[in-house]
Ligand binder design. Sequence first.
Ligand SMILES: NC(=O)c1ccc[n+]([C@@H]2O[C@H](COP(=O)([O-])OP(=O)(O)OC[C@H]3O[C@@H](n4cnc5c(N)ncnc54)[C@H](OP(=O)(O)O)[C@@H]3O)[C@@H](O)[C@H]2O)c1
Length: 344
Amino acid sequence: MGFIYSQLFVTPTYPTTSCAGQTIIVTGSNTGLGKEAARHFVRLGAAKVILAVRNTAAGEKAKEDILGSNTKVKSSNVVEVWHLDHADYASVKAFADRATTELERIDVLLLNAGVADDKFLSSNGHERMVDINVISTFYLAFLILPRLQATAKRFGIRPRLTVVTSEVHGFSKFPERNESSIFAALQNPDAKNMSERYPTSKLLEVLVVREIAPKLHGVTLNMLNPGLCHSELSRDSGMMLEVIKFFLARSTEVGSRTLVAGAMAGEESHGTYMSDGIVADEHLSPFVRSEEGKKAQEKVWTELKGVLEGMEEGVTEGLRCMTEGSGNGTDAGLYASTGISYAS
Ligand SMILES: NC(=O)c1ccc[n+]([C@@H]2O[C@H](COP(=O)([O-])OP(=O)(O)OC[C@H]3O[C@@H](n4cnc5c(N)ncnc54)[C@H](OP(=O)(O)O)[C@@H]3O)[C@@H](O)[C@H]2O)c1
């Protein structure tokens, strides 16, 4: 009922907070919610908006479109199109290296890129939604985290690391949490219930944010639910969803306001779930808020940390460095303990 009420009767506030002087990265911004959020950031005076896209030709078109609708922008250099493919870890790494080298500051990393498949597809040896929506997303987050931390220190600000998740996190029963390795279970191509996989990928995002946020200082990490919105996400999801969207979905622009709200939110949003553009942890699923959810969250993070460290040793150090005390060190053998095969 809360979902239908929000869709029909709540319109997230039109963004008006100035982004002057800020450098903002939006992943998956050649189309959909990411593109509309980027359009807002440009209108709100951001110094630089990086469209991080896997298809740079589509990114250039989006740039043209955004600049065309923001005629007051003085220089077309405000928007830059950079290549980023979540399905290629080398591309994620190259993107992060470039961002670290070329950008003097990063105020916002808006992690929006995502896929919703209706069948089992693989990327980097993992099921694709788990890989693109979760593994690559947090790989990029950790690669860029040191730059966010440096920005915080140098400019005396609190950069934001914002993950676009979804209320469908509550649709997953997540039976894989009872397996000895969650990520190994999720990469089994014989998985029967693929209709739950997109919700599971969004649940994993929620669990990881909740687990790591208390360990992270100086940077605001939050997550948000944009609501059901028109975009290209459901291109493979069939007629039923199209009908539901026809009656209930927000326009892409209205949905994108929730991304801007997350990206501009203050410290009060740290570790929280935002919905309709405001902090709304009470809208997290009962499972996420339960003791069982907390246990699952710890297990998911231990495993994901293992996967990320297997890809690049030390990549999650940024989290450890920002941790108060010394109890969060790297456990010997942890990374080998997940029983998962890693792509090199
Ligand atoms: N629309 C909704 O109702 C809704 C609701 C809740 C949450 N969300 C979340 O909102 C986010 C944005 O989705 P959207 O609705 O705007 O969908 P969309 O229109 O399909 O946009 C998704 C974006 O992600 C990019 N992307 C996909 N795979 C990628 C990869 N391997 N590397 C880099 N970028 C990649 C897409 O690029 P291409 O154009 O090249 O494919 C596109 O730019 C997603 O995280 C989604 O889960 C959406």
